[in-house]
Design a protein around this ligand. Structure first.
Ligand code: NAG
Ligand code: NAG
Ligand code: NAG
Ligand code: NAG
Ligand code: NAG
Ligand code: NAG
Ligand code: NAG
Ligand code: NAG
Length: 276
């Protein structure tokens, strides 16, 4: 193979890699809940209508909102759906995630009457019960980066302060219920944190969900990363930047002052003594 061939290969694999990076949604977890529906049931047909409306609903980009709900009810039973995009991703990412989530959800939890499916970029929740506007703290999953932090005694208090500040900012904007933030940790590492509620619940309920979740982050506060995931809210921290392209990160608090230089020991004058 000549030089041209090699260059072409290198170029095309770079293209493929770029394509994957910009379109792939990162799957996180799912909750497969409720009873089972059966093949060809009314529920299956209603769910299929709901999912296709959610996959091509332009509400994610209209108004630049990252949230919408929909209901399909053709008889007494219905199916309810909610889509929430993470606040730091673009509306293009939201649309891609809505497409992936609606395609994948019935493979991740086949024949379940309720599913909550989480990606880094978005979550999709459907159910045979009307859950919209209701705080849901269960089920919950904790995801822990198993690598220990080296100086946990300094890390843990900084993490707690950071997450409390992020929750306060998420609650201060009732139209987003989302915030990210960073805190200085060491000269080579900052802590990055995130909190978000689904936009159907009230600010008060969002506070309940986030407060409970950040206290549960004590599962992981000597580790390099952790997440608490519930149907109504998520919290996460890492010692690297995991934010999407539209994150609005407030300025870091100043790095703590270096420890004072050791006090010089005032040694008594040496009296020379000769011996020998
Ligand atoms: C639902 O289906 C799964 C897998 O087919 C089965 O294990 C489970 O027992 C069923 N649950 C109910 C409530 O019927
Ligand atoms: C479901 O409907 C399809 C198309 O009408 C039919 O071919 C299939 O046998 C049905 N399956 C069951 C389990 O009823
Ligand atoms: C999009 O979502 C809105 C709000 O939930 C709903 O009223 C509308 O019917 C949906 N559009 C489509 C094409 O499904
Ligand atoms: C979504 O919006 C874009 C631009 O506004 C439009 O071109 C597209 O046809 C819309 N898609 C659907 C399914 O409504
Ligand atoms: C867009 O925002 C306006 C004002 O905030 C609101 O009245 C309208 O219902 C929103 N439209 C959609 C499609 O969400
Ligand atoms: C609150 O959130 C909305 C929606 O994300 C955003 O447009 C607005 O700028 C935010 N307000 C403040 C004060 O940050
Ligand atoms: C941590 O944040 C500070 C302030 O923004 C920045 O100067 C520094 O480069 C960051 N450190 C790392 C490792 O990202
Ligand atoms: C959450 O915690 C903050 C700080 O401790 C507090 O101000 C707020 O009232 C709490 N909210 C709820 C709903 O518990």
């Amino acid at each position: 193979m000549g030089l041209f061939g090699l260059l072409f290969l290198a170029f095309s694999s770079a293209l493929v890699l770029h394509f994957n990076l910009s379109t792939a949604q990162t799957h996180v977890t799912e909750f497969c809940l409720g009873g089972n529906y059966t093949t060809n049931s009314t529920f299956q047909a209603d769910l299929s209508i709901l999912l296709s409306s959610m996959s091509n609903n332009n509400s994610t980009s209209r108004n630049n909102t990252r949230f919408f709900t929909n209901t399909v009810r053709r008889n007494s039973d219905g199916v309810y759906g909610l889509f929430q995009c993470r606040g730091d991703y673009t509306s293009e990412d939201c649309k891609n995630c809505a497409k992936t989530a609606t395609e994948e959800v019935t493979n991740r939890c086949p024949f379940k009457k309720e599913t909550v499916l989480f990606y880094d970029e978005c979550l999709l929740h459907y159910s045979d019960k009307n859950f919209i506007y209701n705080l849901q703290l269960d089920p919950a999953v904790f995801l822990v980066n198993s690598v220990d932090i080296s100086n946990a005694d300094q890390f843990t208090p900084r993490l707690n302060t950071l997450m409390e500040g992020i929750v306060a900012r998420a609650l201060s904007n009732s139209s987003s219920l989302f915030a990210v933030g960073k805190s200085y940790f060491t000269s080579s590492k900052n802590i990055s944190g995130l909190a978000q509620c689904t936009q159907d619940i009230s600010t008060t309920d969002c506070g309940r969900c986030l407060n409970r979740s950040i206290s549960q982050l004590s599962c992981c506060d000597t580790k390099q990363g952790g997440q608490v995931i519930k149907p109504s809210c998520i919290v996460r921290f890492e010692i690297y930047n995991f934010f999407g392209p539209e994150a609005i990160i407030p300025a870091l608090p100043p790095a703590p002052a270096p420890p004072p230089p050791p006090t010089p020991i005032t040694a008594p004058p040496i009296t020379a003594r000769s011996y020998g």
